[in-house]
Design a protein around this ligand. Structure first.
Ligand code: F0G
Length: 476
């Protein structure tokens, strides 16, 4: 037994070697920037954003060790040393037989679904990410979300990201031959960044075995998921995250991965799987659209960054800090009574836009309005996960998303505690004037994945009504 007493303060487990200035803007400039962007935060220029919580994807800081190995990047077209180092790292962690590099996660999805999914098929998942859903629908198949019931409840639960096992069993029984694969997304990004338990993955594996259906992980945030299992699942506290990760991967036939998340890289992804016949078809498509199988759309130095990053993402000190920094923000917001999904996720905190702006209907796009208000207030960029992102149906109609969320996703190893304190202050200021925030309307919309490119405008000029909007509505 160690006699060392653990410290209460969880520190950033790194020091800073290279710095990048933050750029401040005035409120007038931000209003102008929003107007130029068609009130779509995706269309803002980086220089107009102070703290960027749009995504944790590809936005992290590289380590000295990654930069060091990147200098060893071998840019040989075929058979580069960098590929073999990358492949060895992926195989060491996943123990899957074949590894196909891709330029990012959605390329791995497109290639996998191109090889396995046909028109009329159904692909269940705990919750599909938007690119996963779009790539399945592009094949003429149905992307079916089966989140567990506690995931949608307000009460805390340790594994709100789990898949609903009963419904999975039912879908597989009722549609024999129509389900080419089942997926589980760890952590469940669109469902609030919530983790999935080992027990749930194991049970889903058994169901898939019984129905002889291949089972895949969308593994983008596998290391954060492993940490939640370490912290929350009975009997797992003594295990290292890497061992838990290995067990997660041992339960699946393959995975798609965006290395821009827990690969700790700025670009990259992969597809890893055991079925030799499917791999053959995937490689043919890879050569057509990504590149030769030993680079798959990446430079040698990208492969090196991922080979190192996958292990860094699994370090306990890093994971403890990572998960704590988001929980810290959640604690501050909870004290202020700001509604959010609880507990917070691994990579992000999700504000509940519908609860915060009850005077708005879903067709006012409350989460979109809230994210615009947060940017206007303090230059903090977030991302709507609500009816602008999910309301658009393949047949062109609209229906409300299950929830109206605003995601604050944290880049890895980028922001410090004072940045988080600033974000909390911005949110408290927005919360204080929430009843003046008006709705949004869409003025221009592309046919799919509209949230990236749509243009909107506030129903109240400048977004904030002079008098509370309930009062304004009552006197109209
Ligand atoms: N799967 C999940 C669960 C994701 O979160 C993402 C990306 C992808 C697949 C696609 O990977 O971006 O490398 O092509 N999520 C980012 C986000 C974009 O902001 O959550 P990609």
């Amino acid at each position: 037994m160690s006699d060392e007493i653990p410290f209460q303060t969880i520190i950033e487990p790194f020091r800073i070697k290279t710095v990048e200035p933050l750029r401040r803007t005035t409120r007038a400039r931000r209003e102008e920037a929003l107007r130029q962007a068609g009130w779509n935060l995706f269309a803002l220029r980086g220089e107009d954003v102070l703290i960027d919580l749009l995504t944790d994807s590809g936005t992290g800081a590289l380590s000295a060790n990654q930069w060091g190995m990147m200098m060893r990047g071998d840019e040989t077209y075929a058979g580069a040393d960098s590929f073999y180092r990358f492949e060895a790292a992926v195989k060491d962690i996943t123990r899957l037989a074949y590894v196909i590099p891709t330029h990012q996660g959605r390329a791995a999805e497109r290639i996998l679904f191109g090889a396995m999914v046909n028109r009329g098929d159904i692909v269940p998942n705990n919750t599909h990410f938007d690119t996963t859903r779009a790539n399945i629908e592009y094949r003429g198949a149905e992307a079916l979300d089966l989140p567990c019931a506690e995931g949608m409840r307000r009460a805390d639960a340790p594994f709100k990201g789990n898949i609903d096992l009963e419904r999975l069993e039912r879908v597989l029984s009722e549609h024999p031959g129509r389900v080419p694969l089942v997926m589980i997304t760890v952590t469940n990004n669109s469902g609030g960044g919530q983790p999935v338990s080992l027990a749930n993955i194991r049970a889903a594996r058994e169901i898939c075995n019984r129905h002889r259906v291949p089972f895949f992980l969308d593994a983008c945030r596998f290391a954060e998921n492993a940490w939640f299992i370490h912290m929350r699942e009975p009997g797992q506290g003594g295990r290292a995250p890497i061992d838990i990760a290995r067990e997660m991967f041992s339960l699946v036939d393959g995975c798609t991965m965006s290395a821009k998340k827990d690969g700790m890289a700025n670009i990259g992804g992969f597809l890893a799987l055991n079925d030799e016949e499917v791999v053959g078809r995937c490689r043919t498509m890879l050569i057509l659209t990504e590149g030769f199988p030993t680079y798959g759309g990446l430079a040698g130095y990208d492969l090196e960054a991922i080979a190192v990053g996958l292990y860094e993402a699994l370090e306990e000190d890093y994971l403890r800090y990572r998960i704590r920094s988001i929980a810290y923000l959640a604690d501050r917001l909870a004290e202020a009574g700001i509604p959010m999904i609880s507990p917070p996720g691994g990579h992000a905190l999700y504000l509940d836009g519908a609860a915060m702006l009850p005077h708005l209907a879903w067709s006012d796009y409350p989460a979109w309005a809230l994210s615009a208000a947060i940017y206007l207030e303090g230059g903090v960029r977030t991302c709507e996960i609500g009816s602008v992102m999910f309301g658009q149906q393949p047949d062109g109609s609209e229906r409300p998303a299950a929830r109206e969320l605003v995601r604050l996703a944290f880049p890895r190893r980028v922001y410090t505690q004072s940045h988080v304190d600033y974000v909390a202050e911005v949110l408290m200021r927005v919360h204080a004037k929430r009843d003046r925030i008006g709705g949004m309307r869409i003025t221009q919309s592309p046919p799919v994945l509209r949230h990236f490119m749509a243009k909107l405008e506030p129903k109240v000029p400048g977004l904030f009504a002079a008098v509370p909007t309930q009062v304004a509505a009552a006197t109209r």
